[in-house]
Design a binder for this molecule. Structure first.
Ligand SMILES: C[S@@+](CC[C@H](N)C(=O)[O-])C[C@H]1O[C@@H](n2cnc3c(N)ncnc32)[C@H](O)[C@@H]1O
Length: 389
């Protein structure tokens, strides 16, 4: 059946939440991934993608039977902007939806029955993001619509999840004109920096974050855990899981500017760290001078890792580490591996590989480090499975 994007269909009964921020619904035998809905609601859906034969995508545009967890989004462009997809859900229920997604991914992809919860972070679901990326092609600071190149203008008062940086929307718009179409990054740390490409529009090219008593320098446009509480919280979770001892040998893989390497080094662990981004790797060497930092893709440097280690921290990008990396890590004799994951599906796939090589997930914690969005961060502790009696 040919049906045009923009067609409104319904009433649609909304089913369970799925990985990716949408709920699964069925309408006249077809699966529809519906954004801005909540399980068990009845909604009218505006179709946004009908190109696939097996499923369509759509947005809930009218709610006929609302969930008790539905709230008025605090941002006037919620629902249009691609950034926040859970603003219409009460905050505690956002965590419940994320719990369901983590549990479902772990069960389906790794065969793990997870009974944890998603831990609340901070007192507010707004004003947490220390890194913002704005598009500037319209001559003003904007954000993108979901799965689109269309630009959404900032509302009065700016993005609600951005850490207030002391820059008004008018000031951001002035900087956006200077950015001349390049993506503009605003980094809030010890100071505020705004960069676009190689141009520093405000502040300095690098900023510093104090974590665990150490000052870590990071490029304003480089990777840094976006929630203002994330670096300290993740370091605590990793140290609690690994309980490092002085004199042990450890790895910090996908190390960025050395967040976990610095925490392990502080505990007297001798650290080798690996990072693909050369600028971040240079900063990791400076931030953690005790560590041996390898600059390059991990999968091409597996032979350069120490032959025997005690501990590993693994914090891969959204795609996960993959079988080749996992298969190398299980042969290094480690007593424990802390896996920090921003994607529960990638985590589950890698956990399956670990399990196939005789490792078990001793604990898996989940943190609400991306309030108002469907994203969730997990920290898994992996240990070699005890030998059968
Ligand atoms: C999720 S970030 C974690 C960074 C760091 N652990 C932190 O918390 O600040 C993932 C990091 O992996 C790096 N990366 C991505 N692919 C990589 C690869 N194939 N090999 C090594 N590093 C990689 C990215 O540049 C990024 O710094």
């Amino acid at each position: 059946m040919d049906i045009e994007v923009g067609t409104i269909i319904g009433p649609v009964e909304v089913g369970p939440v799925a990985h990716g921020g949408h709920c699964v619904a069925r309408h006249e035998g077809r699966v529809i991934f519906v954004r801005h809905a909540i399980p068990d609601e009845q909604v009218m859906v505006r179709l946004t993608d009908t190109s696939k034969p097996r499923f369509w995508r759509g947005d809930a545009v009218e709610v006929l039977d609302p969930s008790p967890a539905r709230v008025r989004p605090p941002c006037p462009v919620a629902g249009t902007c691609g950034g926040c997809d859970f603003q219409h859900v009460e905050w505690a229920h956002q965590r419940e939806l994320k719990r369901q997604v983590v549990a479902e991914q772990l069960q389906r992809l790794a065969g793990i029955e997870w009974v944890g919860r998603v831990e609340k972070v901070g007192e507010e679901p707004l004003g947490w993001r220390s890194r913002m990326r704005y598009v500037t092609e319209t001559g003003r600071a904007g954000l993108r619509r979901h799965r689109s190149h269309e630009v959404v203008e900032l509302p009065e008062g700016g993005c609600r999840i951005a850490e207030p940086a002391g820059l008004t929307v008018d000031e951001l718009d002035i900087l956006a004109r200077e950015a001349a179409g390049e993506e503009m990054v605003v980094a809030v740390a010890d100071a505020v920096s705004v960069v676009a490409g190689r141009e520093v529009l405000h502040g300095r090219p690098t900023v510093a974050h104090e974590v665990n008593g150490r000052r870590l320098q990071v490029a304003a446009s480089g990777f840094w855990q976006p929630h203002q509480e994330a670096p300290q919280l993740l370091v605590r979770a990793v140290l609690k899981a690994l309980a490092p001892r002085p004199g042990e040998v450890g790895l910090d893989l996908y190390c960025g500017v050395g967040l976990f390497a610095s925490a392990l080094a502080e505990k007297g662990v001798s650290v080798t760290a690996v990072e693909m981004d050369r600028r971040a790797a240079r900063m990791a060497s400076r931030n953690v001078p005790e560590a041996d930092v390898i600059a390059g893709p991990l999968e091409r440097n597996l032979r350069d890792l120490p032959q025997q280690v005690d501990l590993v921290v693994l914090d891969p990008p959204r795609t996960g580490a993959g079988a080749k990396v996992v298969e190398r890590l299980v042969g290094l004799g480690a007593r424990a591996i802390a896996y920090v994951a921003c994607d529960p599906a990638a985590l589950a796939r890698d956990l399956k590989t670990f399990t196939e090589h005789g490792w078990v997930a001793k604990s898996i914690r989940a943190f609400d480090l991306f309030p108002m969005t469907h994203h969730v961060e997990c920290v898994a502790l992996l240990v070699p499975a005890p030998a059968a009696p």
